[in-house]
Design a protein. Structure first.
Length: 202
């Protein structure tokens, strides 16, 4: 009887790390023009939650302005909460001294989560952008899977200077991948951002 061989299919685990070529937009390209669903305080609303829904377009805060946008994996997560957002908040005025009109923190979280995170950290200056449907992040080319942590799809960590909607400088963390087993945080620090701005003051 002839001997038969069966080929075993190699399957990748859903939450295994998979490095891939970075698809994040580069210097000289325009950032995505999308709508963000935000919550605005409305004094005419009574009760403990005096906020209403509003839309914010990218052009509303980026057109004819030089801004900093930094993106991170998630509100209330360790590095984002202990370092990334607090550091940019701490040096907000310093950033503005070097030709920056405003600073924005973006994450694939909804407006309720982002607002509570900001309150928890006492954020007064940095503006929080809730990319709940990941539309901006996907069009930015920064969407990665984080199923290994139960996060679903989130943003890769980066920081950039945006001048009138166009990327002037971008700091991407190395190791762009799905289900990254580490949390790289070296390139997108406020220190690197300040060092760049000091040489490119407008």
């Amino acid at each position: 009887m002839p001997r038969t061989y069966s080929r075993k299919r190699k399957t990748k685990k859903r939450n295994s790390q998979r490095k891939k070529k970075s698809t994040i937009k580069k210097v000289g390209q325009f950032i995505p023009n999308v709508e963000f669903m935000i919550r605005l305080r409305d004094e005419s609303i009574s009760g403990s939650n005096p906020y209403k829904w509003s839309t914010l377009h990218t052009n509303d805060f980026a057109k004819n302005k030089r801004i900093v946008i930094f993106s991170l994996p998630g509100a209330f997560t360790p590095t984002c909460t202990t370092s990334h957002l607090p550091d940019y908040e701490k040096y907000y005025n310093e950033l503005c001294k070097y030709g920056i009109d405003d600073v924005y923190c973006l994450s694939v979280n909804d407006a309720f989560v982002m607002n509570q995170w900001g309150k928890h950290l006492g954020i007064q200056n940095v503006k929080l952008l809730p990319d709940g449907s990941a539309e901006f992040t996907k069009k930015m080319g920064a969407l990665v899977k984080k199923d290994n942590l139960g996060f679903g799809k989130r943003s890769w960590r980066y920081a950039m200077v945006v001048n009138n909607g166009k990327i002037e400088k971008i700091f991407n963390e190395k190791g762009f991948s799905d289900n990254c087993t580490t949390d790289p945080f070296k390139a997108s620090t406020v220190t690197n951002m300040l060092n760049y701005l000091k040489t490119k003051k407008i």
